[in-house]
Design a protein. Structure first.
Length: 308
């Protein structure tokens, strides 16, 4: 039992770090610093309300004001999981950690990370469409793409001031940008951090550009349950009837609040596992994304197809 608990703790911590580092949306988790999470499917998000400035009176001094810090309880709607078997004959106790780490790492890289990215970008686009912060009907081309992106940037500046932004673009959009020598002349090289990973990326007005595979940049997905006929393989696919192509998403860096928690990893040794003579690994992932109401006006989403 001690070994099982130790292995589970190691995997849980490392898998959470891996999601932040590998997900193109991993930078959004930095905004969850004040979010309270105590396990399970609920988190508490802080909301600060305060009075504005009043007139200073030389006789009576300052006008009294108030500030309140409240926590709003949110439910993590994405509750996903899988169980895996590693046969005893293939994995003994001495190499279990290395083998299981390789299997779970590959699972996260190829299955979990793309799904989390896709959910987050589709969620942002849905919230932006509902708030009137999205526009459609633009098919990107090299002649107009830079001016169209800068138009959205300055629309955000007009609402929120010159706040730091992140420009997330689909890979086809990035191909247009990166293949144009004229556009590349206007892009700066800036530092960008995603968890513990620090890289240099191109940027517009010092705002980083993050290219994302187009399969993760749709407005609507179907997330398979892994049980229904035709869904046994699990994972996700774009909704063939409703999905539209997202050209780009521009948000203040502090706007999206993303949470992903591996809760929890359970490991059963072959002698404990009642189903098979194999190591059994249960993997469960909670995740979700929110945008505070007062931040929605400072987001811009550009979609290739018409919104109607």
């Amino acid at each position: 039992m001690a070994n099982e608990l130790e292995y589970a703790t190691i995997f849980q911590q490392e898998l959470d770090k891996q999601v932040v580092a590998q997900a193109t949306s991993g930078w959004m988790e930095a905004n969850a610093g004040l979010v309270k999470y105590n396990g399970g499917n609920e988190v508490k998000i802080p909301k600060i309300n305060m009075d504005g400035l009043g007139k200073y009176d030389r006789a009576t001094g300052f006008v009294g004001g108030s500030v309140t810090l409240e926590y709003e309880t949110k439910t993590l709607t994405q509750d996903r999981g899988r169980t895996f078997m590693l046969d005893r004959m293939d994995v003994d106790e001495t190499n279990f950690v290395a083998t299981a780490a390789n299997v779970m790492g590959e699972f996260q890289r190829t299955q979990v990370v793309p799904e989390i990215d896709a959910y987050r970008y589709s969620s942002i686009s849905a919230q932006a469409i509902a708030a009137g912060s999205a526009r459609g009907g633009y098919d990107p081309d090299a002649e107009t793409i830079l001016s169209e992106i800068k138009k959205d940037i300055h629309d955000i500046y007009d609402v929120a001031g010159e706040v730091p932004l992140v420009i997330t673009v689909s890979m086809p959009v990035w191909a247009i940008i990166s293949n144009s020598t004229e556009i590349m002349k206007f892009l700066s090289v800036i530092d960008f951090s995603r968890g513990e990973v620090k890289t240099k990326v191109r940027g517009i007005d010092e705002n980083p550009i993050i290219p994302v595979p187009s399969a993760r940049m749709k407005t609507k997905y179907v997330f398979y349950d892994g049980k229904t006929a035709g869904q046994e393989a699990g994972g996700f696919v774009a909704d063939t009837n409703k999905a539209k192509n997202i050209n780009w998403i521009i948000t203040p860096r502090t706007a999206p609040i993303a949470i992903s928690k591996t809760d929890k990893i359970r490991i059963f040794e072959p002698d404990t596992n009642q189903q098979a003579d194999a190591w059994k690994i249960d993997y469960r992932k909670y995740h979700d994304l929110w945008i505070k109401d007062n931040q929605l006006a400072a987001i811009r989403v550009c979609i290739k197809e018409d919104l109607t």
